[in-house]
Design a protein around this ligand. Structure first.
Ligand SMILES: NC(=O)c1ccc[n+]([C@@H]2O[C@H](COP(=O)([O-])OP(=O)(O)OC[C@H]3O[C@@H](n4cnc5c(N)ncnc54)[C@H](O)[C@@H]3O)[C@@H](O)[C@H]2O)c1
Length: 325
């Protein structure tokens, strides 16, 4: 069977994770990479033995490319995905789907017209802890959600923004902590907790004077069933601390900290997933890229829907954009 041809647009930090996924999947072949930084594109192409270009339109017009990975700054995501679909390409799209509600709608419309796949890398939905939480909730033994919380305390120093042409600027990043780091936690608060009806709170910039966007956010959300959720996130912590989440149900609680998941039931705590961070393995947060990309490729191959749909990606992005309103 012919392999699917892959084109990558954007050869920055996240690309290596996508390359690993491409290398490990039997049915795909990297055809070309693209970056406006010609030196970068050329060096990746030499390593990967593929073509390189600096104009993404050449990726979209290449007849051997079937699937395009869009790994560019946020403001380019939706428009590049729309163009890719119009050129008949499937898309693997890094989060967020876009930076305003209008472009999310446009992308949704084109995707539905073309019937092509757009998979969005909300990879934390594939973490073993997430899958286990879904399973426990699905069993019906925990009952109704009462409260949830998500806490993100990470460290992004000044250089993280100053070394980048697009981070820290509203026009190109579309926001700060929430749209870049917080989107995964907010997505899981809804994916695990259920539909969110309202979300509001405060965003602030406490310790990054040179950027336009927020480094800290506090949000309160009301779920459709009346439960209340609280999110706190900051890029101003002294280190990258594991994500912590808690979901309190009528008949039990789920407590997540990185690779550990605790179920509290009948006044007893049980370590449901007891994995600990060892040398050589990574925090769960961010390690499920290969699983989600494999699922997107499988869905294209088998003409089925990916487990995380474009609608899921749009919804997570909408949640973030609602926080900014
Ligand atoms: N899913 C995750 O957990 C996760 C983690 C990290 C980054 N990301 C996302 O991946 C995307 C890229 O992030 P990054 O950290 O790799 O950024 P980066 O700045 O390191 O890389 C972006 C690359 O895109 C290139 N680029 C910019 N405009 C271009 C254009 N018009 N055509 C071709 N190339 C262009 C830049 O030159 C740069 O090399 C972002 O959307 C980010 O949010 C996701």
């Amino acid at each position: 069977m012919k392999k699917f041809g892959i084109g990558i647009i954007g050869c920055g930090t996240i690309m290596s994770v996508h390359l690993d996924s491409i290398h490990e999947y039997d049915g795909v072949e990297l055809i070309m990479v693209c970056d406006i930084d010609s030196g970068l594109a050329k060096s990746v192409a030499q390593e990967e033995r593929c073509l390189w270009v600096t104009d993404y339109k050449e990726v979209l017009t290449n007849e051997n490319v079937d699937i395009v990975h869009i790994l560019t700054p946020h403001y380019l995501h939706a428009s590049m995905a729309i163009e890719a679909l119009k050129m008949g390409k499937h898309v693997v799209l890094e989060k967020p789907v876009g930076i305003n509600l209008k472009e999310l709608e446009e992308l949704k419309e084109i995707a539905s017209e073309t019937g092509l796949t757009v998979g969005v890398t909300l990879q934390n939905r594939f973490n073993p802890t997430t899958i286990k939480m879904k399973e426990l909730i699905g069993s019906g033994k925990l009952g109704k959600l009462i409260a949830s919380k998500g806490i993100l305390t990470w460290c992004r120093k000044g250089e993280y923004y100053s070394d980048s042409t697009w981070r820290g600027k509203l026009a190109t990043e579309g926001g700060g902590l929430l749209i870049n780091q917080g989107i995964h936690t907010l997505d899981l608060m809804e994916y695990i907790g259920g539909p969110i009806k309202k979300i509001k709170g405060h965003i602030a910039n406490y310790s990054h004077p040179d950027i336009e966007v927020e480094d800290t956010a506090m949000m309160t959300m009301e779920y459709e069933n009346g439960a209340i959720g609280n999110f706190y996130g900051t890029n101003s912590y002294g280190d990258n601390s594991p994500i912590e989440m808690e979901f309190i149900f009528e008949k039990g609680q789920l407590q997540l900290r990185d690779r550990q998941l605790i179920l509290v039931k009948n006044k007893k705590s049980e370590l449901v997933i007891a994995d600990i961070l060892k040398e050589g393995n990574k925090s769960y947060w961010g390690m499920s890229h290969k699983l989600i990309i494999k699922d997107i490729y499988d869905s294209i191959k088998n003409k089925t829907n990916p487990k995380v749909s474009l609608e899921d990606g749009i919804r997570a992005t909408q949640l973030v954009l609602l926080c900014y309103q």
